[in-house]
Write a protein that binds this ligand. Structure first.
Ligand code: AHM
Ligand code: MG
Length: 384
């Protein structure tokens, strides 16, 4: 992160007090992990002591699980890296939250230095005294918090506890995550700006306006897409730009951040507000940002890949993404929750993504995330 940016945000300590204290553990984790990530070359070779060097995604999984157990706030952990749910039996470490997480998403991008990230969702048990499987396999509407951390040219932690998005940027100079993108209720924010213009001058609020200009999808899978998806992609490619990293955290981060409502204080904006009301003033802010907003999709497709069975080496064709590639509990749900919290929409094409209830912890779904009108356009092709 540049020192200029550091100067701008220095002094604003991370303010993050919510009922979901588990998030604080994540803060500590990301802080530790972001440094580890910079130091490790990764891969599965041996180090000078002859010990196995764990791959970064396996190492990340161990770090997150250890810290979450130590927090004493969790009872079940669901990780992309583990086939089974981790149950925290010890009463002295047992809490009332279920954390679902992908410790390192975008792992195909690790070795080439492209942005990767951690994704997590947090549920609360129905009954503190009797946690069970009903607490794990549930609708995305039950999430109490979600977030992701992106490890890229800078390290950014985006979190929501149901009151908009909060963005924290790691300032390496002081070794702290700084609250750089606070969530502020719209009406009170604009009223405050009238009386305290300096507040508006330095505040950036993450919001996704209703329509965008970028689509983000792995178009290499085009011939395997279903007809509605093909038609939608055809409709946007003539008018939108394409951007695709292949790391969901980076692709979604662009989708929510370029939709960020950057509010600069000018007399014109306040004048618009006073003369034409809040709606017009907000529209003016949106207009200046509309060129950036995006839609991200990873739909189901009919692609088959060559695989082998566990018991022998006979190859067979495996339909990898017939239900989509991204996993519901720790990829689709957290991102859908965050995008909705930023004012966007998340859909499978046929229903809101948060309304899904998976049947298994590693179930997958197709998903579209982004500007509400763009997602509605996609859904229209499914209804046609
Ligand atoms: P992973 O959890 O194994 O890293 O897979 C998830 C990733 C997402 O980050 C990304 O959106 C997608 O896979 C990219 O897949 P593809 O390479 O097929 O485009
Ligand atoms: Mg993943």
């Amino acid at each position: 992160m540049s020192s200029t940016y550091g100067d701008e945000i220095r002094g604003k300590r991370m303010v993050f007090e919510t009922e979901v204290h588990t998030c604080v553990s994540f803060y500590l984790l990301f802080h530790t992990f972001s440094h580890i990530q910079l130091r490790l070359g990764l891969t599965g070779s041996s180090n000078v002591q002859g010990e196995d060097v764990k791959k970064l995604d396996v190492l990340a999984n161990d770090i997150f699980k250890n810290a979450l157990v130590a927090s004493g706030k969790c009872c079940f952990l669901v990780s992309e890296e583990d086939e089974r749910v981790m149950v925290i039996e010890d009463p002295s470490f047992r809490g009332k939250y279920i954390v679902t997480f992908d410790p390192l998403d975008g792992s195909s991008n690790i070795d080439c230095g492209v942005s990767i990230g951690t994704i997590f969702g947090i549920f609360k048990v129905h009954d503190d005294h009797a946690p069970g499987s009903k607490d794990i396999i549930r609708s995305g509407r039950d999430l109490v918090a979600a977030g992701y951390c992106m490890y890229g040219s800078y390290v950014e932690l985006i979190v929501s506890v149901g009151t908009g998005l909060h963005g924290f940027t790691l300032d390496p100079a002081i070794g702290e995550f700084i609250l750089t993108h606070p969530s502020v209720p719209m009406m009170s924010f604009y009223l405050l700006c009238i009386f305290f213009p300096k507040l508006a001058h330095s505040t950036k609020q993450i919001r996704i306006p209703s329509r965008g200009k970028i689509y983000s999808i792995n178009e290499g899978n085009y011939k395997y897409f279903d007809e509605p998806t093909k038609k939608y992609v055809d409709s946007v490619k003539t008018k939108y730009s394409a951007r695709y990293v292949g790391s969901m955290v980076a692709d979604v981060h662009r989708t929510v951040l370029y939709g960020e409502m950057i509010v600069f204080y000018t007399t014109v904006d306040v004048k618009t507000f006073l003369e034409h009301g809040l709606g017009q003033a907000v529209d003016n802010f949106h207009e200046s940002l509309m060129i950036f907003i995006c839609i991200f999709g990873y739909p189901a497709d009919s692609k088959v890949i060559l695989s082998t069975t566990f018991v022998d080496i006979v190859p067979y064709l495996f339909p990898r993404s017939k239900n989509g590639k991204l996993r519901i509990l720790y990829e689709v749900f957290p991102m859908a929750y965050l995008v909705e919290q930023a004012g966007g929409r998340a859909s499978t094409g046929k229903q809101d993504a948060l309304d899904i209830t998976p049947r298994h912890i590693h179930d997958r779904s197709g998903v579209w995330l982004g500007s509400a009108d763009d997602v509605a356009d996609l859904e229209a092709f499914y209804r046609a």
